[in-house]
Write a protein that binds this ligand. Structure first.
Ligand code: HEM
Length: 490
């Protein structure tokens, strides 16, 4: 009898996943979920984007999976992702934050917020990235200056093998520091290195399978040590930022803002003086937006650059061609953003790096803002949506060689650079990456200057074939740990 009751209970629970909507509201198809754990057994939690890509071949471009008890609608392929994010931007434009984020973020900042607060913070961050970041000639100079510091670090290794992760993170993070605080830090400043190292460790942890399990089954949280580590890291970074903010406050001059924090403090002050009590310019939003800019703006760009160098080592002929183009067009002077249009091959190599590296494979979870009927399927308001960027960047109907490093994807028959619509590493629509322009400027200057100054090779005794291109597990796809040699070009 107990067995029969158990079977009945399982049937009831399983059916409650898929039923519950009127017949005319046809929900997206998908694999049958098991009670409680949903489709977790079918998903590779380390690399869920791979399984989702496979499932899209079976269930089509709009399908449902259950991540434990949570229902997720997956959008696959260029046409579908574009239709949802661009043509139906409003309906698919909210953010779904997982539990670990909700615990520490509480809906503030840009990445994980919604509604008017998100709009205000996004607009303000964009304006300030333009003013203190990519918009002015000064920002190009900032990147060029930082690149010189990075080159000095690379040179110190004298062509011997080393891991590029830390210097790359420090250089890219310093660009965010200049924009946010108005100044850069030395690479041996412990205040700076701990901020960057903690940020990167947090990103790694948030994408780990154990934290994903915690998000789905919080009651097992207390057995998961990583949850506490995330808390410690975030608390330490907040504390350090509070110290930095209070130093900036002491020397604040409203007529001469040094960076994002100054501009925010001035805006906050002005609103307080005009007795505006409804403002989103509060301390929580300042803290979370700053943490967001570091989290989203460092690991992504630094990782892409490291993939770029790795692809160059794997493809030495392509590396040589980039250097030849740089030598013909730029010679030995400093590369500038202006040069980009005269460097089609280099530009194509950077685009192809971003396409194949696919560093944010499932974008960041979206959420429907209302009930939606999409490609004949009903999707309820508040449903989590994964725009599967992997399926766009590797879309077999868009790319001639989706799984190889093939810069010709971005070149016409005459070798001129061509834009490709399915190039979507920054996603698209309402939630498109806020730092896209800055990131593109950084990628171009850092990558081309490094290739101009160094030849990158595998360590002695390691063959090019031995270099592993399998990404590490994490929120963003990093190359597995490896060392490279940066041999100075004479
Ligand atoms: C969001 C990619 C660099 C700030 C995103 C998203 C992707 C992405 C895929 C999610 C979009 C969506 O949910 O549909 C990248 C890549 C980068 C990069 C590939 C570098 C190669 C940056 C930089 C910054 C930044 C340098 C800041 C300075 C943000 C922010 C969001 C975001 C704030 C959230 C936007 C919102 O929710 O409104 N990025 N990003 N990113 N990115 Fe980036």
């Amino acid at each position: 009898l107990l067995g029969v009751l158990l079977v009945l209970l399982l049937v009831y629970l399983a059916s409650s996943f898929s039923l519950g909507s009127p017949k005319d509201r046809k929900e997206p198809p998908g694999p049958t979920p098991l009670p409680l754990i949903g489709n977790l057994l079918q998903l590779d939690l380390k690399r869920p984007y791979n399984t989702l890509l496979k499932l899209s071949k079976k269930y089509g471009s709009v399908f449902t999976v259950y991540m434990g008890p949570e229902k997720v609608v997956v959008l696959a392929g260029y046409k579908t992702v574009k239709e949802a994010l661009v043509n139906r931007a409003e309906e698919f434009g909210d953010r779904q934050a997982m539990l670990i984020i909700r615990e520490f973020n509480q809906g503030h900042g840009v990445i994980w917020s919604n509604g008017d607060s998100w709009k205000d913070m996004r607009r303000f961050a964009l304006t300030n990235l333009r003013d203190f970041g990519m918009g002015k000639r000064a920002s190009e100079d900032k990147i060029i200056e930082e690149c010189e510091h990075l080159i000095e670090v690379f040179k110190k290794h004298k062509g011997e093998p080393f891991d590029t992760t830390q210097p790359m993170n420090y250089a890219v993070s310093n660009i965010i520091c200049s924009i946010v605080y108005g100044s850069r830090f030395e690479y041996d400043d412990p205040q700076f290195t701990s901020l960057v190292d903690r940020t990167n460790r947090t990103i790694q942890l948030v994408g780990s399978p154990s934290i994903q399990l915690y998000n789905l089954f919080p009651w097992i949280g207390k057995w998961i040590a990583n949850r506490n580590e995330v808390e410690t890291l975030i608390t330490a970074n907040k504390k350090q930022n509070l110290q930095l903010f209070s130093r900036l406050k002491e020397t604040l001059n409203p007529l001469m803002c040094r960076g994002f924090v100054d501009a925010f403090l001035v805006r906050k002050q002005n609103l307080e003086e005009s007795k505006n009590t409804n403002s989103h310019f509060n301390d929580d939003n300042l803290m979370q937006t700053v943490l967001n800019l570091f989290a989203a703006g460092t690991d992504t760009t630094a990782t892409t650059l490291r993939w770029g160098l790795l692809f160059m080592v794997k493809n030495p002929k392509i590396q040589d061609r980039v250097r030849e183009e740089l030598s013909e067009v730029v010679g030995s002077r400093q590369v500038q953003v202006e040069d980009r249009k005269k460097l089609p091959f280099t530009d194509a190599v950077i685009h192809e790096t971003q396409r194949l590296a696919n560093i944010v494979p499932m974008a960041i979870p979206h959420k429907t803002t209302q009930d939606v009927t999409f490609q004949g399927h009903f999707i309820k308001k508040g449903t989590t949506v994964f725009p599967l960027l992997t399926s766009v960047l590797y879309d077999e109907s868009e790319w001639e060689e989706p799984h190889s490093f093939h810069p010709a994807h971005f070149l016409d028959a005459d070798g001129k650079f061509i834009k490709r619509d399915a190039f979507m590493p920054f996603s698209a629509g309402r939630r498109v990456c806020l730092g896209e322009s800055l990131a593109r400027m950084e990628l171009f200057i850092f990558f081309s200057t490094l290739l101009q100054r160094f030849r990158f090779t595998a360590p002695p005794g390691v063959s090019v074939e031995d270099l592993d291109l399998t990404p590490r597990v994490g929120f963003t796809l990093n190359p597995s740990t490896h060392k490279l040699c940066a041999v100075p070009c004479v």
